[in-house]
Ligand binder design. Structure first.
Ligand code: NDP
Length: 284
């Protein structure tokens, strides 16, 4: 008699709205590529349904799940433990269920860091971060924990920007300051890494963060978190001036790789996931 295993390992995502979230396609492509008997289910979970969804995942023996807007902070009260950076960030977007315990991780900044370290080690570096939302907060914390020396947080809303600068100074070994963003921001000369962590450019290839393009100099690493379209106006301008550029598609793929590794202990092939997203976004 041949033996069969009809029981797939379950993973997925809890967020709302979620119909346009392509993560399911990216992660299932990796599962198929590696012949893994696993599924990823994109679930529309409203705020009032989060507790039941988490209980359900635990009861059904899910390996873990991602959670996105609006659950990244609300999920904290349902977890047993937090990873170091997730605790400092104060938000979780990936939950691992191990031996009945729910462990919260944050892959936003880790995905970014994986992309960045392919071109520059942030240790000892001076960074300029545009934006102070959830993505910026996660990136700032991971950069600081990876040894970045100084972060300048540039944002329109002073309270959000000051909060991140204070968090970095108080909770990590790095130093940070806030700069109010009004008018074209000139990137300080001692900056080695510039990151756009605002939503400027999302769904609009011509949208450009208000910066003085003459302050983009050759050799500066310019990274954008925008995954779609990946070739943003900022990255095109930076390329023209001889900067080293990194797009947000890589960050998104790396987050998928990290989630699968956290759930199953094995790293999936990033190129399979990247190709899936490129097809979806019509990049090639
Ligand atoms: P938030 O809504 O939390 O933050 C948005 C940020 O963008 C704020 O700092 C806001 O400034 C700033 N902003 C918006 N419009 C402008 C503008 N016209 N000029 C200057 N600043 C502006 O969003 P998130 O941090 O969650 O996400 C930000 C982006 O990152 C999104 O586009 C998202 O798609 C992308 N992202 C990409 C990921 C990836 O894997 N590639 C992962 C996570 C997010 P203010 O506070 O002043 O309003």
């Amino acid at each position: 008699m041949t033996s069969h295993n009809f029981l797939a390992a379950l993973t997925g995502s809890f967020s709302t709205p979620c119909a346009d979230n392509p993560t399911v396609a990216m992660i299932e492509a990796a599962y198929r590529h590696h012949g893994m008997n696993a599924r990823y289910i994109n679930c529309d979970v409203k705020p009032e349904g989060l507790a039941d969804a988490v209980r359900g995942a635990k009861a059904m023996g899910w390996a873990g799940f991602n959670c996105s807007i609006p659950h990244k902070v609300a999920i904290l009260s349902h977890l047993d433990r937090l990873a170091e950076s997730a605790a400092i960030i104060g938000a979780v977007n990936c939950v691992v269920i191990r031996d009945g315990a729910l462990i919260g991780e944050n892959t936003d900044g880790k995905g970014f860091l994986t992309s960045l370290t392919q071109v520059m080690d942030p240790a000892g570096k001076t960074v300029c971060l545009l934006g102070a939302g959830g993505a910026a907060r996660a990136i700032a914390v991971e950069l600081a924990l990876a040894g970045a020396r100084h972060l300048t947080i540039v944002n329109r809303d002073a309270r959000r920007g000051q909060d991140i600068a204070a968090l970095i100074t108080e909770s990590t070994p790095a130093d940070a300051r806030f700069v109010a963003w009004d008018g074209a921001f000139a990137v300080p000369e001692d900056t080695q890494i510039l990151i756009n962590a605002t939503s400027v450019g999302l769904g609009d290839a011509e949208a450009m963060p208000a910066i003085d393009c003459d302050s983009l100099r050759p050799g500066l690493v310019v990274a954008d978190v925008i995954p779609n379209p990946p070739k943003t106006a900022l990255l095109r301008a930076a390329e023209k001036r001889g900067c080293v550029t990194l797009d947000g598609l890589g960050m998104l793929v790396n987050q998928g790789v990290i989630s699968v590794r956290l759930w199953f202990g094995t790293s999936p092939e990033p190129s399979v996931m990247a190709r899936t997203l490129e097809d979806i976004f019509g990049v090639r």
